[in-house]
Design a binder for this molecule. Structure first.
Ligand SMILES: [Cu+2]
Length: 69
């Protein structure tokens, strides 16, 4: 298992949190996701053999939010 943290500053409320976590949790290989809208970060615990960080970023963007560096 690996951990990744993404900067997602556009999240502003619990709906944003639920949208981002919902998209991430659809990916097989994601064990756990936690979106913290107050800090603007998303932490993901995932199986690196089953899902890539690019796919994780894609899921966040699918939810409607930009990942910044
Ligand atoms: Cu929101």
């Amino acid at each position: 298992m690996s951990n990744a943290t993404f900067n997602v500053p556009e999240m502003t409320c619990g709906h944003c949190k639920a949208a981002v976590e919902g998209e991430l949790d659809k990916l097989s290989g994601v064990e756990r996701s936690n979106a913290d809208f107050e800090k603007g970060i998303v932490e993901v615990r995932y199986d690196e053999d089953r899902v890539t960080t690019e796919e994780l970023e894609g899921a966040i963007e699918e939810a409607g939010y930009s990942v910044t560096a």
